[in-house]
Design a protein around this ligand. Structure first.
Ligand SMILES: [Ca+2]
Ligand SMILES: [Ca+2]
Length: 481
């Protein structure tokens, strides 16, 4: 009784804005980067990369050094993050399926936040070339058109640099330094412009604001100034590249690894040009991220906003004779993940410690539960994964979970623990790597008798049941113009 009276008097005595700041839930800034592997400074993936803004965000909160995507391509990875349902439970395994055909009624993360009092808005690529308008309160450029991309400069004629190798080649695999300004380029510049405007204004409700950066997704076209720090004659291959690396990989892995892109790019003498353009595209994405972080710094919500940044999967530039994604190796499965929690968030009142690093194997499906926990929302029973809050509190907390990365069919997947990785292909081929001593997975230990017990242990961590592949969509997914 006494306490109630005291609290009431306290509220009367306090200025209104102070009461509001205590009762407010944290805002969420949710940043996705497309096809970004570990080539950022703080993950050490390439010695020549220039990413001051990724590094600045990582230094503000916790960097996860063993974060893995739940699926090795855009559509299943993103659909899983936003639904909380992994591919082996949903049946959504590939880019050729449509999320709403596979999961017609699933409630996505922004809608869940919206239903619990948040204003959910986004811009750019969050899902696979769609917005899914009912899931958002607002979207830029135009929610009604269900196209997440603003205008983007498109050089003509195409291809600009890499000749077409054949019908098998994705039309966007190409690179060029464009003689345009950031504003003329549009694309992510317009996305970050709109996100910045939302951050700088005041809000009545807490927001869930999603920023989808499209670079370094192909085509690797960015304004020429982003190429300047990477002179072609100085370009190095990624440190994970090793000739003849596929020799100890079983047939299913060899088939997946040796795709036609890398051979074509080497035959055309463009391997270095490709690496240069990927570094330039990352440097551009970094500058766009910087615009968002600057806007947050200038925002009235600066000290009450959780920031989460993730990439949907990695990318090979020659490692394992592969160019692209879709594999279970670390080059593709490991992703940047950083989370900054301000002091006062319901689920973690002490906030994250600046410069914290976590080595536990975590997965992007964990983000749904993590965010509902941090914001004090009820957990969604259908959302899988494990809340990362114990690790955000103490990166050395016990963590008995392994991270699963699904490939594009049932029974094909990778399992990651802190020191080991296991790959299983439909049909039974297997690989085993000691990543504590072999971070680039050069030596496959699966057939070595000394590692039999480890192989059995890693097998036991895999999912037990796989939903069949849901039917592929008849309609082709529209690509951005
Ligand atoms: Ca992607
Ligand atoms: Ca090897």
């Amino acid at each position: 009784m006494k306490l109630t009276l005291l609290v009431s008097l306290f509220h009367i005595a306090m200025p209104l804005h102070a009461v509001e700041s205590i009762s407010k839930q944290p805002h969420v800034l949710f940043i996705a980067v497309d096809d970004l592997n570990d080539w950022i400074g703080c993950l050490g993936g390439h010695p020549q990369t220039k990413t001051p803004n990724f590094d600045r965000l990582a230094a503000r909160g916790m960097l996860f050094k063993n974060a893995y995507c739940q699926a090795a391509s855009c559509n299943p990875s993103r659909s899983c993050i936003l639904s909380g349902i992994e591919p082996h439970r949903s049946g959504l395994y590939t880019n050729r399926q449509k999320m709403r055909e596979v999961m017609p009624d699933v409630e996505l993360l922004p809608k869940y936040f919206s239903r619990h009092g948040y204003w959910s808005a986004g811009s750019g690529k969050m899902l696979h070339y769609i917005i899914d308008p009912p899931s958002w309160d607002a979207y830029f450029p135009d929610k009604t058109k269900d196209n997440p991309f603003p205008r983007t400069f498109d050089p003509k004629p195409r291809p600009v640099n890499l000749p077409r190798g054949g019908d098998w080649q994705y039309g966007e695999t190409d690179w060029a330094a464009l003689k345009v300004t950031d504003e003329e380029f549009g694309g992510d510049w317009l996305v970050t412009q709109w996100i910045g405007e939302q951050l700088r204004r005041s809000h009545e409700k807490p927001f869930f604001l999603a920023c989808g950066l499209y670079r370094p997704h192909e085509p690797w076209f960015v304004p020429e100034k982003y190429f300047e720090p990477f002179p072609l004659d100085k370009i190095q291959a990624g440190p994970g590249y090793k000739e003849e690396d596929l020799n100890d990989v079983p047939p299913a892995g060899q088939k997946l690894g040796r795709n036609r892109y890398f051979a074509h790019i080497k035959n055309e003498g463009q391997w270095k040009k490709g690496i240069q353009a990927y570094l330039a595209s990352i440097h551009f994405a970094d500058a766009m991220l910087g615009r968002v972080l600057d806007a947050l710094e200038q925002s009235p919500q600066r000290d009450n906003t959780i920031v989460v940044l993730w990439s949907d999967h990695g990318w090979h530039l020659g490692e394992k004779e592969h160019w692209q994604k879709f594999t279970g190796w670390r080059a593709c499965a490991r992703v940047p993940l950083m989370i900054c929690v301000p002091k006062g968030a319901q689920g973690l009142p002490e906030g994250t410690r600046a410069g914290a690093v976590c080595e536990r194997p975590v997965s992007l499906v964990d983000l749904f539960q993590t965010l509902t926990d941090l914001c004090g929302l009820p957990n969604k029973p259908t959302a899988m994964g494990h809340s990362l809050v114990p690790l955000l509190r103490d990166p050395f907390s016990p963590w008995p979970h392994a991270a699963i990365t699904q490939l594009d069919q049932p029974e094909s997947y990778a399992v990651s623990t802190e020191h080991w990785r296991y790959i299983h292909y439909q049909g039974g081929d297997e690989e085993l790597y000691d990543i504590a001593n072999d971070p680039y997975e050069w030596t496959n230990l699966a057939a070595k008798s000394d590692f039999r017990a480890k192989l059995v242990e890693m097998r036991s961590l895999a999912p037990k049941d796989f939903k069949p592949l849901a039917p592929l969509s008849e309609t082709k997914v529209a690509l951005p113009k």
